[in-house]
Design a protein around this ligand. Structure first.
Ligand code: PLP
Length: 481
């Protein structure tokens, strides 16, 4: 493809994306293809001769679109939102166009410095303590990871290194491997699957502590587990607290967990992948009270802040633990501007891979084109829509809302045992007009309704509720007749 074809093809694709978004309500949110459908449509070998872009593009509608689940459809209410906006898409186009790999300052100063600066901006927008910002005097700073999962894992590895060195310095006769074998991590049974996975990948047992009836990990729950393990000669190393759990959007009690972790030299990481976005509004910040105790904090802009995947903002109070743990040097990586100044980080030491995308560009576009007020308005609107849905549910005496609606998630069910809710969910999925997923709360089956798409309007919430109500009519009629 030469530059003229690129311009023509690029314009066609941009128009295609804009039309796709404008007409997304016309497409069923759930794909109806059978497993393996695509293998019948795409040959088993790559073409020997290059094809024309128009031919490839015409295959998108025929081959790709039938197998797409439309995450940006206003009828998508599953999981949590996936960020999407034109501002972000154009930022990402530029990232691809420039194609730089900014693993150290010298490999693209703009890549590093823009990331530092947008992380300072965003940290201030959330009201994080200043120790987390690169612009502060201390060793703290922010970095963009690809995902909240990576952030949890990276911090586990840094915590492992920090604890191992500390214990070794106190017990010089202890073997490093013996210390590592005793390390243990904690999270609640409501934390995201990626937290348990971080423990598996990092060879550190991750204890899934039973949350309280409100889905929260509390101080007493954590303190009890730590005391048990210490009595057995284990070394508590890492705690992952969740602000906004995946199942029910519960908030672990940071104010209680923080002092326990600090007193016991345990690294406290906060996974605020979804709900952290709401801290752009000061009225939600009480939900992160105790944040000054934590060692690291992560929020996905690629969930609720209109930045396309992947863009996960992670801050640490002391980056030297990561830099020490992950610093592998080679002659070819050396440059004249290597520095320990958090204003000029070589971000390769803050992450797992060597290479890295210029993610800050799409974030910069979104922060500038929406502004703080635009992003606040987006969150406010989505919470309002969730509350409206919650009201529809509460006004129908057959249903109940199971957990408080604090953000964009409503957990609801048909009253009584789980069977009618299961039947309702299955019938909704068979019809495929709205997409939601289920969760269990205190062994009760609930359906999770999340306001996901930035395009969601009142009419979409009404559409979903009418669909749910109509299917419930059939089920409750069967139950009562
Ligand atoms: N943490 C929480 C609370 C989540 O809800 C999710 C995903 O929904 C994740 C982590 C994983 O996020 P990511 O896909 O960015 O790794």
């Amino acid at each position: 493809m030469d530059s003229e074809s690129f311009k023509e093809c690029g314009k066609t694709v941009v128009n295609y994306i804009a039309d796709y978004m404008d007409n997304i309500r016309d497409r069923p949110v759930l794909s109806t293809v059978e497993p393996g459908y695509l293998y019948k449509l795409v040959p088993p070998q790559a073409p020997v001769k290059g094809e024309d872009w128009k031919t490839v593009l015409s295959d998108v509608e025929k081959i790709i679109m039938p197998g797409i689940t439309h995450w940006n459809s206003p009828q998508f209410h599953a999981f949590f939102p996936t960020g999407n906006s034109y501002a972000s898409i154009v930022g990402d186009m530029l990232c691809n166009g420039l194609g730089c790999i900014g693993f150290s300052w010298i490999t693209s100063p703009a890549c590093t410095e823009l990331e530092v600066q947008v992380m300072n901006w965003f940290g201030k927008m959330l009201g994080l303590p200043k120790e987390f910002l690169n612009e502060s005097e201390g060793p703290g700073g922010g970095v963009l990871q690809g995902s909240a999962s990576e952030a949890t894992f990276v911090c586990l590895l840094a915590a492992k290194d920090r604890t191992t060195k500390r214990v070794k310095s106190l017990n010089p006769n202890m073997d490093i491997n013996e210390i590592k074998a005793k390390l243990v991590a904690y999270t609640s049974d409501q934390s995201n699957s990626s937290v348990e996975k971080a423990g598996l990948l990092g060879s550190m047992p991750m204890r899934l502590l039973k949350a309280n009836d409100d889905g929260q990990m509390t101080g007493p729950i954590l303190a009890k587990a730590i005391a048990e393990d210490m009595a057995n000669g284990l070394i508590p190393c890492y705690v992952v607290a969740t602000l906004g759990t995946t199942g029910t959007c519960a908030f672990d009690r940071l104010e209680e967990l923080g002092p326990i972790c600090n007193e016991n030299n345990i690294w406290l990481h906060v996974d605020a992948a979804y709900a952290g976005a709401a801290f752009v509004l000061p009225e939600y910040r009480h939900l992160m009270a105790g944040v000054h105790y934590v060692d690291s904090f992560d929020v996905n802009l690629h969930k609720w802040l209109l930045v396309n995947f992947d863009c996960s903002a992670m801050w640490v109070k002391d980056a030297t633990h990561m830099v020490d743990a992950f610093n592998v040097n080679r002659v070819y990586l050396k440059h004249d501007y290597q520095s320990t100044d958090p204003q000029l980080p070589d971000y390769r030491h803050w992450q797992i891979p060597l290479g890295r995308r210029f993610r800050a560009l799409k974030m910069w576009f979104v922060l500038r084109l929406y502004g703080v007020e635009g992003l606040q308005a987006h969150i406010k609107k989505q919470v309002k829509l969730a509350k409206l849905f919650g009201k529809f549910v509460n006004d129908d005496s057959r249903f109940e809302v199971v957990t408080p609606v604090t953000m964009g998630l409503v957990c609801f069910r048909l009253k009584g045992d789980n069977e009618p809710t299961r039947d309702l969910y299955e019938s909704l999925m068979r019809r495929g007009r709205v997409y939601m997923v289920t969760a269990t709360v205190q062994s009760q089956l609930v359906i999770r309704f999340v306001v996901c798409s930035r395009l969601t309007e009142i009419r979409d919430v009404e559409f979903a509720w009418n669909e749910i109500r109509e299917q419930a009519d059939k089920i409750t009629d069967t139950v009562t007749t």
